[in-house]
Each structure stands twice: as C-alpha cells, then as structure tokens.
Write a protein that binds this ligand. Sequence first.
Ligand SMILES: *[C@@H]1O[C@H](CO)[C@@H](O)[C@H](O)[C@H]1NC(C)=O
Ligand SMILES: *[C@@H]1O[C@H](CO)[C@@H](O)[C@H](O)[C@H]1NC(C)=O
Ligand SMILES: *[C@@H]1O[C@H](CO)[C@@H](O)[C@H](O)[C@H]1NC(C)=O
Length: 353
Amino acid sequence: MALLKAFDPCAICLLCLVLSASELCNGGITGNFLRKEYSPDMPLDSDVFQVPPGYNAPQQVHITQGDTDGRGVIISWITPDEPGSDTVLYWSENSKHKNRAEGIFVRYKFFNYTSGYIHHCTIKNLEYNTKYMYEIGIGYTIRRFWFKTPPRTGPDVPYTFGLIGDLGQTHDSNVTLTHYESNPKNGKTVLFLGDLSYSNDYPFHDNTRNSHHFMEGETMRVVFESWFVKYKVDVVFSGHVHAYERSKRISNIAYNIVNGMCTPVDDQSAPVYITIGDGGNHDGPAIGMVEPQPSFSAYREASFGHGIFDIKNRTHAYFSWHRNQDGYAVEADSFWFHNSYWNPLGKSFVAQN
Ligand SMILES: *[C@@H]1O[C@H](CO)[C@@H](O)[C@H](O)[C@H]1NC(C)=O
Ligand SMILES: *[C@@H]1O[C@H](CO)[C@@H](O)[C@H](O)[C@H]1NC(C)=O
Ligand SMILES: *[C@@H]1O[C@H](CO)[C@@H](O)[C@H](O)[C@H]1NC(C)=O
C-alpha cells in the first residue's frame, strides 16, 4: 500500500474518539480561546448569495471528484427558472475543440420548499495536470469557469489539500472561507468534512449534535479502527464536532465494550485523528470539553479555522491548523507526519493490544 493510499481521501471518514472515564489523565494542550456561542446565519440578501444576472443563469456552480484516480469531475449547478440544458462544453486550455458532455437534472421538495433545477454532469477521461475551461447554461445565459486536474497519483507526487469542516452559512463560515483563500499555502483541492450546510430554518434540524454524535462516533471507531491500524492509515479527518482536536497515535482495538479494556495505548501503526468541525456552524463551537484533557488528546481548542494537509513525498506530510482570529499565515497547531507504512524512522511498528 502506498502513501497515497494511506492518505487517500476515500479513507477519510467521520470518526470521533470515545471519551471514557478511564482515559482521564493529563493530556496535551487545550487552547484557551473561546468563541461567542452563537453565530448567526448570513441573511439571504447578503453579497455572497447574490444570484448571477441573466435569464435562467446557472447558480451555485461547483465541481466534485468524478472518479478515483483524478481524471473525472462532476460539475453541478442550479437553474432557477426552467430546466434548461444539461450540457457541459469543455476544452483543455491549449485546445480549440470543445467537447460535449450530457448530464441530468433533479428537483426535490421539502415541506413547502421546492428546489431549483439541480444539474449534475460527469466528465471522464481528462488529462492529468491540465487546466480545462468549461461552459454551462447553453441556450440562455452561458457562464464559463475553469478547473485544473491533479497530477497522476504516485507515492512521491506532492499535493496539498485544504480541510474545512461543518461549514454552514454563518458569518463565521464566510470568515473561514476568506481566511482559507487568503492563506498562501492553500490547497489544490478542498476536503469538506462533516456537514456542508444545514436546513437550519426547517423542522427536524438536529440540535442535539454533541450527545447524538458521541455514540455514532464510537460505532464508527469499533467498525473501522482495526482496519486503520492493520493498514497503517496515518490520519483520519472528521467533522461534526464543533471544535478542533488532534490526537496522538493511539489505538483502542482491544476494546469491545463488554471487556472494559478501554484505555487507549500508544500505537505507531494507529492514525492521528484530527477533528476540524469548526468551519463556522450555526450552533457555535462545542464547549464543555471533557476535563481534564484526555491522555490521547495532543491539542484541542474551541475555535473556528481551517487545516492544510501538505503531502511532500512517500514519507512526509505536513499538517497545519489556522484559526480565523489569527493572521493568514499563522499556524496555531502543526504536525509532521512520518508515514508508518514506508517507515521512515526505521522503527518497528507492532500493533499493541
Ligand atoms: C464575506 O467575505 C467577503 C470577503 O471578506 C466580504 O467581501 C463579504 O462582504 C462578506 N459577506 C458577508 C455577508 O459577511
Ligand atoms: C414555508 O413555511 C414556513 C414555516 O411554516 C413559512 O415561514 C414560510 O413563509 C413558507 N414559505 C413559503 C414560500 O410559503
Ligand atoms: C521527503 O520530504 C521531506 C520533507 O520535505 C524531506 O525532508 C525528505 O528529504 C524527502 N524525502 C525524499 C526521499 O526526497
């Protein structure tokens, strides 16, 4: 398994660590900054929500990964007035010939709300490391954008990911995004962790996040942890909990709820768990952290911010966490990852249990 496998975004799951009473011994650093508790949503007439001019002009245009090796993208957009065209025209920067791909559209109803026409179009077989232009809204108001495909994957191909959790639509979300975009080290791709946006103004909005996701995380850990350790996954990013936390490399694979062996042990084959659930959600950051700081916790803080994960080569990757209240290039927390599969430190990594 290569480093890129270990750092594969597909391995990124929502995962929370169990906080059991027996783990309560002195841990790492707790940042003392505390945000205000409630972050209001930006009003619907804010500048950031302004709709583009022109009849049936495509809105909320975004792209997501369209295959597992970086040669596909899914382009999504919304048309407000009528379905319009599902076609995407695209061409590489150095080519004059426009290719055509056909998508689909869907629509949904939620109580008395009816969505616009939501289009998705998958483009495949793109060249690596190439800038593509594309056009949508064919027939009425055409809008043009571009994206760049990643390099061909391999263990020594450098790549940088931005990490943003639980973004929401609050003023803090806007600050997080602006801060990320201004960060000189910002990534080539952003991984959004956890909840991207909430239906805050509708019934059944989940307001019981912390207690609810507590056991959800435990179920995930029981299911996945032994695989993480077996395959030497180096890092697991998650959202959902509205604070930042970085764990030490610890595992708890002997724990099965009934045997009571619930003290995590140092384990160099285990991943570092990083929670970035702090993009600027409505509920405000999670407060009331477990005290004292559990032994597995290396750094935690109830601030908003973003992360940068910078893969250098098969043995090294650098992670940094940037708080909204700091200057653009400031790293509130950082960590050098030494890949445990390629074993750069020459240690023997034996899973303990
Ligand atoms: C969002 O941030 C941008 C960039 O800083 C700013 O121009 C804009 O006014 C902000 N909008 C809101 C609604 O806060
Ligand atoms: C939908 O229902 C909500 C709550 O009942 C109400 O506040 C809102 O005005 C309604 N919207 C429309 C478009 O009817
Ligand atoms: C991998 O990257 C690290 C950090 O940039 C560097 O120190 C190391 O020499 C690199 N390894 C190789 C084999 O290039």
